[in-house]
Structure formats: structure tokens, C-alpha cells
Design a binder for this molecule. Structure first.
Ligand code: MRU
Length: 321
């Protein structure tokens, strides 16, 4: 699989995640405005991929001249919750005094690092999962998309699945469809299909029932921001999954690179949660599915308290251990 986001001939090339699973195609972004639009439409999404987008966006702005710091600020604020976006912008911006080539070199180094960090974090998480879950082969549950498509390459929570599958240790993955934008059924299921890992898509509301029936050995999710105390912001629905997992004694493991840790945030209560447009809930595929005038509550993320999490695993090992 090609990188989810890359640099080519003075432009940013992304895998267009809005087109999947119907079509696997790339989009070429020539300006910061096109990049911000792609981020807000979720054509590029997932915390580590957003870190890369932030860094490459600053490289683009630096090559094009103008007020690079103002452009960087626009990119950093395109979405509020994943800290990786502002982290990527800030790390690339630090090289601005050395010129546009230095900014690009830093951004490209960050892309290389991302895959390595994800591979290492997910390898550490394999050990945590094997320790916590006695059954073999494993029946895993995934929410949203924390795979190759959410990163430059490899993935975080799905990276664990790739490692385990290579060892013959995965029976199947239950894939939460992940309402309302279906990152689970559109993207995670697509990745599992491509790699030959057995899976079943389920409505988000089936997750607790699957645990009650004893069908889940471990829940694996990614993260958008990890507070200093270990609270985790991730796709809406993650908190409910963690409550269900705790109730049923199912291990709940979070996998993320350290670029997702925000030491400046003491607890999850301080994390800015993105609210998205009402139309994502009132329409489906262009057809109205709620009455005209319906008010909507559409937070894109929620916060799972550290007490409900078995382990947060980064490339440095278990967070806070
Ligand atoms: O709104 P999205 O699709 O950007 O949300 C993504 C998630 O919540 C992922 O689980 C998270 O970014 C981790 S990706 C490795």
C-alpha cells in the first residue's frame, strides 16, 4: 500500500479517504487552502496522518512564500482535537529560520519516523495484548480507523492486528462501523479485506452485546490526544466501548505514537472536542434521515478516563508504567 500522505513535485499527495471503499485514488494538494479543506472534509484524517499533514503543509507554505506563520496557524487550527496536527506544524515551523528546504527535510524525516514509531508501538502492544488475553487465536474489536490510512504507514491499533495476524494469532476482528462517518466500515474493513484478515462489520450499538456473548477477547483503539494523566480522546463511541469492556472484564488497549501525548493537558477534561456539522446526522448519502429542523449533538470525539484503560502503549512502551 502506498503512503497515506506524501510529498511529490512540490505538492502534497494524499489517499482520498472520502472516496473509499468505492475507489482507491489520490488527490494532489497545491495550496494550504486545499490542504485545510482536505483535513476538514476528512479526505486526510487520523491523528498521525494529521501530524504529517501539518508538517507538509508548513513545507508547502514555506516554498510558496507569503506569511508562513499565518498559514501555519490556519493549518494547526483546521481541526482541534488531534494534538498531532499542531505538533506537526510546530516541529516543521521550528526549522523556518533555516529556510524552506530545511522545513521540507524536517517534514520528510517526520514521515519516515511515523511508520517506525507505529511499528514499534504496535509491537509493544502485541506483548500487552498477549499477556492480558489468554485465548488463542484472538477475537479483537476495533473502533474507527487506526490503520495504515490513519497514519503515514502501518497504523497503530490495526498495526497490532498486522503483527498478530503475521503470527497466525487472529481469529477475527469485529469492526464497529463508527457512525456517523463510517471510518470503521469504509476504511478499517477495507484495510482488513486488502490484507486477508477475517472480519465482520457490526453497528456500533452491537459492541456491548458482542462482549456480553463472550465474542471479544480485547478491544484495540487509537487516540487523538492523550492527557498527562492517561485520559484518552478518541473517536466518539470509544468511551462507551471502554465502559462496556470494563463491565465485561475485556482488556481495553490504546495504541498511539508519543506525538499523540499532550503533556500540557493535565486531564481529559481540558481536551477541546470537535463538534461537526448537523448534516452528518440528518442526511445519509444525500437522503434526509431526520426531520427538517432537527437539532443535533454531533461531537466527533469523546474522552475515556484512564481508570477504564488496561494500557496506553506508545513506541516507548506502556505509558505511565
Ligand atoms: O475523525 P477522524 O477520522 O480523524 O478520527 C480518527 C480517530 O479517532 C482515530 O481513532 C485516531 O485518530 C487514531 S488513528 C491512529
Amino acid at each position: 500500500m502506498r503512503r497515506t500522505i506524501d510529498w511529490a513535485d512540490g505538492t502534497i499527495v494524499i489517499v482520498d479517504q472520502v472516496a473509499l471503499p468505492g475507489e482507491y485514488r489520490t488527490l494532489t494538494l497545491h495550496t494550504v487552502t486545499e490542504l485545510v479543506d482536505a483535513i476538514q472534509r476528512l479526505a486526510v484524517r487520523g491523528a498521525p496522518a494529521l501530524g504529517a499533514a501539518g508538517a507538509l503543509g508548513v513545507a508547502l507554505a514555506a516554498r510558496q512564500g507569503g506569511d508562513v506563520r499565518a498559514e501555519a496557524d490556519r493549518i494547526a487550527h483546521a481541526r482541534p482535537t488531534a494534538v498531532n496536527l499542531a505538533w506537526g506544524v510546530s516541529r516543521a515551523l521550528d526549522r523556518l529560520p533555516d529556510g524552506a528546504d530545511a522545513v521540507l527535510a524536517e517534514a520528510l524525516a517526520m514521515l519516515d519516523e511515523d511508520e517506525q514509531r507505529n511499528r514499534t508501538a504496535s509491537a509493544h502492544a502485541v506483548e500487552v495484548v498477549l499477556d492480558a488475553c489468554p485465548r488463542r487465536p484472538l477475537r479483537l474489536l476495533s473502533h474507527c480507523n487506526a490503520g495504515h490510512l490513519a497514519t503515514v504507514a502501518w497504523g497503530t491499533a490495526l498495526g497490532v492486528v498486522w503483527h498478530l495476524h503475521a503470527r497466525g494469532l487472529v481469529e477475527s476482528v469485529l469492526v464497529d462501523e463508527t457512525r456517523p462517518l463510517l471510518q470503521g466500515s469504509r476504511l478499517t474493513a477495507w484495510e482488513l479485506e486488502q490484507t486477508g484478515v477475517p472480519y465482520r462489520v457490526q453497528p456500533d450499538g452491537a459492541a456491548a452485546a458482542a462482549m456480553a456473548r463472550g465474542l471479544v477477547d480485547c478491544v484495540l483503539v487509537g487516540a487523538d490526544r492523550i492527557a498527562a494523566n492517561g485520559d484518552v480522546a478518541n473517536k466518539i463511541g470509544t468511551y462507551g466501548l471502554a465502559i462496556a469492556a470494563a463491565h465485561h472484564g475485556v482488556p481495553f488497549v490504546v495504541v498511539a505514537p508519543t506525538s499523540t501525548v499532550d503533556k500540557a493537558i493535565a486531564t481529559g477534561a481540558d481536551i477541546d472536542i470537535e463538534e461537526r456539522a448537523a448534516v452528518e446526522l440528518t442526511e445519509f448519502g444525500g437522503a434526509r434521515i431526520a426531520p427538517e429542523g432537527s437539532a443535533v449533538f454531533n461531537p466527533a470525539f469523546d474522552v475515556t478516563p484512564t481508570a477504564l484503560i488496561t494500557a496506553v502503549v506508545t513506541e516507548d512502551g506502556v505509558f505511565g508504567a
